[in-house]
Design a protein around this ligand. Sequence first.
Ligand code: WTA
Length: 665
Amino acid sequence: MSRVYRPTDYVVEKSRLSSMEKYKEMHKKSVEDPEGFWTEIANEFHWQTPFQSGNFLSYNFDISKGDIFVKWMEGAVTNVCFNLLDRNVRNGHGDKIAYYWEGNHPDDYSRVTYKKLMDLVCQFANALRENGVRKGDRVSIYMPMILETVVCMLACARIGAIHSVVFAGFSPDSLAERMSDCKAKVLVTSDGAWRGEKLLVLKKTCDEALQKAKAKYNHTVKMCIVVSHLNRVTSCGKLADPKSLYEWHDDVDVWWHDIVEGQSTICPPEWMDAEDPLFMLYTSGSTGKPKGVLHTTAGYMLYATATFRYVFDYSEKDIYWCTADVGWITGHTYVVYAPLANAATSVMFEGTPFYPDNDRYWSLVEKYKVTQFYTAPTAIRSLMKFGNEIVTKHNLKTLRILGSVGEPINPEAWLWYYNIVGGGRCSIVDTFWQTETGGHVLTSLPGATPMKPGAAGFPFFGVKPSLIDENGKEIEGVGEGYLVFSKPWPGIMRTLFGDHGRYEKVYFSKFNGYYCTGDGARRDEDGFLWVTGRIDDMLNVSGHLMSTAEVEGVLTEEPRVSEAAVVSKPHPVKGESLYCFVILNDGAKFDADLIDSLKKRVRNRIGAFAAPDTIQYAPGLPKTRSGKIMRRILRKIALGDRDVGDTSTLADPSVVEELFNNRPV
Ligand code: WTA
């Protein structure tokens, strides 16, 4: 039995939702009367053509009854960028700070108001239009955490182009694959960026990716727009001539500042249907090829707005900070769209928690008087190890809400976050969600719901979770099963870009009538939901989701390797790490050179965040007679745990002992 933490008076006093009863009442309304519930929020926004009653929601979640689809407010017409900027400026927030931007180097910072942000977005939107970008075109974005990234995303939204942000830690191969899959017309990047003392030459990665897109996928990106960023004080004093780091190709490359110069700050928005695409974002798929998750206009906007308001209990004078990179969904929804939709003031941070010192996060909370702080368990664990003093020497009294996202948070990290960072005053919101869900779907709510360390808590408004057993039967009350949802909420993805069949297969074919998350969950005696982790072949390393198949594919590209199997091994900071078994081709030697080459391959093909921790020599793999690898056994071997259970279904049980004997010391 884990201890229950109730919201403190400090949180409840200021909270917009201050009791469990009120939460239950609102939740009931949200699932029984979606139109009534969401109309209240929709009414805050500008609609060029208002939505028609009766046409508020239509959907099919049951593949046996026909194609899967979800439509919210089809026929209503609006523009997300207009609502985030023009509407807020008209409502008197023009001079309000939208972002305090903090660069990698502590001497490099700036701020931007809503009015200024609107001007910058309009100018860049005009530049995109002038260069032939139109409604429905795809724009790939490979950028660091700088204001131009936000400007670029919103400029796309303004003209109806679909942005596809690729995390700037991905390799040229990964970027090439993603740009080619969505047939991007334009790529936007920066010359480079510093992360701590490490220099990333993004333009060089882009050059390689553009070439690979052409050679491997026969896709040509028409234009590469480059932000000049390396000339700032961020450069740690080490960089004489940024231009010497990459090539410049006059036929595709243009400087951001050149195409923006002289552009008008007036840019009429493209009016979009509620169900027109807003953006796409690739996420790993269990078969290897990334999936282009597509979000649409109105539903995403409403859902982002509501989750931000209730989960972070945001009020007008608060200063909110989400540390996520814009390259992931958390950065999309909770660095860009949701805070701006609420006219919030956010901190946007380019650097790392460890530079110039390990207290950078806490010094920024103090500097900007942050009230809501949202980060990942892996970051919390990596900061815990520096002790409490580097936290408590800072004045963190402004904090009220602490958020966690990306993976289950272990109770030890939860308690440290709660007691040391939050001083025992703050509420922790453990937000479970996915690229596919658009916004939080399970979470605690600050003033309303109790908390248990490690439990995600309760469904957000509009969300109806169920736990299902292997036979598709719903588990009532206490129990554990597949986490699924039986109804759409406004922010759920609508399709996978260019592959609706895969969308139906991956998410809706396992259990008729349900969206399947791919995660397992447990409901306890108090009704709390605990997410137990992925139950498909996916791994979550430092909150980055990847598939075992994707990594296995890269390992077997090495000529010396004939077969590979990858499993997850628990890691004290990263949550999970990659443990790889490799079978070699005849005559190949398992040595330091091979290990090194395999690790490099994964870094180069996928990205540094995917680098395996362990590569083990495997004389064979534990397979069933039908040839299926029993990963359960491999996970035990990775752990060195000899309690492997039943091995009688294996074609050759002796392989298990051999694998134990070959564990690296
Ligand atoms: C995991 C990130 C437990 C889960 C927003 C999910 C979590 C995957 C939590 C989605 C949480 C995310 N507790 N697990 N609070 N948040 N996950 O698409 O396995 O990058 O399916 O979206 O992360 O990762 P994605």
